[in-house]
Design a protein around this ligand. Structure first.
Ligand code: ATP
Ligand code: MG
Length: 443
């Protein structure tokens, strides 16, 4: 085979055999966020470039090096979204959502695009589940947002994931901190990488996020932001910790977390695991009280997080966590001859309308090959239709698990087969062991 081209480097195909896992994780995220009052928002995959330059910040790696930016045919500069927050904030302002009851709690599943070096856990097209809470200044909101991510990990059964939190203060305390950082790194200019030398004058905090071993070694002894917090930021950070403790959420304060996007203020956090190699941050987020104003709106306290779906799935796979099985074929109708095929098509269509997963032969295989196929796709029941069945009006429904056969009349086949499969599913449900799930409630 000579393919004219392959997929773009750093992109992934989710194949049919795997997609139920992805759907399960995505549904879990949306449903858990819904319990906290977050409703889904969908924004376009591309935006005007200025939105990210201003919103994400033009001293960040994302804007300086990683964006997919191009001019469209009308010569406008367009960028594929590198993250979800800026677009949500733009939409919130454009549609006047600030007139709705506050806070506005929104969540999304989106693709993101960053020109990075592809490796395990680092793609050029990746997906995020994100939540944004706009109009909430209380530290209780910080704990609530963190609680969404924690509940997702708990529900999925993810182990060995550590919540690390920090406060990077507000613009007032950050001014003092920047001065101290600059003074510290000024004494190391000869050793820092070229990018960090540039960062030194523009945004010294970015140096703390540098992945080069030399810079990170120097950064270890840099002044810590927590020592420069103003009283308001200190109280806020203490309260966040108090609420997290009250909610039973474990955390570690890590004063080196600064996050890679410019819009953060006060609380920042990451959920990190050592089970997926060096790209260990599965979820990152924090408060961005200045962003809405930066995008042109009124001053609005806000916060959120982005969770990398591919990293989360990698972690789940590495930990051998269980995924529900994909939907299975309930009934396969094998047919022999043109008349039987016509009848099979009619029955299948009627049962599918009733919501039943039904399949029949659309390939023109022999009955033997059709039964082999039914086995392969794990059909729970099968029936064979041929001229003699059409004549007698009697068919045999076979339970593929037990081998048991039941004679059914063709003229009442649809309703009979529906009853049988429903009672079979109920039996399976009754036989399930829910004790593990109910354990917490029975204590
Ligand atoms: P990193 O430090 O790993 O580059 P980041 O700080 O750039 O992460 P964020 O912008 O906070 O990441 O994005 C939130 C989450 O999205 C990350 O925690 C990660 O799970 C995921 N993510 C970010 N970039 C990528 C990527 N290139 N490929 C896959 N997932 C990613
Ligand atoms: Mg990054």
């Amino acid at each position: 085979m000579a393919l004219i081209t392959k997929s773009i480097k750093g992109t992934l195909d989710v194949l049919p055999a795997e997609s139920h896992k992805r759907q399960f994780v995505e549904h879990t995220c949306l449903e858990i966020a819904e319990n906290f009052g977050f409703r889904e928002i969908r924004t376009p995959v591309f935006e005007h470039t200025e939105l990210f330059q201003r919103g994400v910040g033009d001293t960040t790696d994302v804007v300086q090096k990683e964006m997919y930016t191009f001019n469209d045919k009308g010569d406008r500069s367009i960028t594929l979204r590198p993250e979800g927050t800026a677009g949500v904030v733009r939409s919130y302002l454009e549609h006047g959502l600030y007139n709705e009851p506050m806070p506005q709690k929104m969540c999304y599943l989106t693709s993101c695009y960053r020109y990075e070096k592809p490796q395990a856990g680092r793609l050029r097209e990746f997906h995020q589940f994100g939540i944004e809470c706009l109009g909430a200044a209380s530290p209780a909101a910080d704990a609530e947002v963190i609680g969404v991510a924690q509940n997702i990990f708990d529900f999925l059964g993810v182990q060995n994931i550590q919540l690390e939190i920090n406060s990077i203060g507000c613009p007032t305390c950050r001014k003092e901190y920047h001065k101290a950082l600059k003074a510290y790194f000024d004494s190391h200019t000869g050793e820092l990488c070229a990018t960090c030398n540039d960062r030194l004058s523009r945004n010294p905090m970015r140096i703390l996020d540098c992945k080069s071993p030399v810079c990170s070694e120097i950064a270890k002894d840099a002044p810590k932001v927590t020592e420069f917090l103003c009283d308001d930021c200190k109280t806020h950070f203490a309260s966040v910790q108090k609420y997290l403790k009250a909610m039973g959420i474990d955390f570690k304060v890590n004063p080196t977390i600064v996050r890679g996007l410019d819009y953060y203020s006060k609380t920042v956090f990451e959920f990190v695991s050592t089970d997926i190699g060096s790209q260990g941050t599965v979820c990152g987020g924090g408060r961005y009280d200045g962003l809405v104003e930066e995008v042109g709106g009124p001053k609005t306290a806000a916060l959120g997080f982005g969770m990398g779906i591919e990293r989360l799935m990698l972690l789940m796979e590495n930990q051998g966590l269980a995924f529900p099985s994909p939907a299975q074929c309930e009934l396969y109708i094998a047919s022999m001859g043109e008349n039987a095929l016509e009848k099979a098509a009619a029955i299948a269509h009627a049962l599918r309308k009733e919501g039943m997963h039904t399949e029949f032969d659309v390939v023109g295989r022999s009955v033997k090959a059709q039964m082999k196929y039914a086995n392969k796709i794990g059909a729970k029941f099968t029936v064979v239709l041929g001229d003699s069945e059409l004549e007698s009006g009697i068919v045999k429904l076979k339970n593929m698990n037990s081998g048991e056969e039941t004679e059914l009349r063709l003229d009442t086949f649809e309703s009979d087969v529906l009853n049988i499969t429903i009672s079979e599913s109920l039996k399976e449900f009754e036989d399930m062991d829910f004790s593990a799930l109910l354990g917490d409630f029975n204590q």
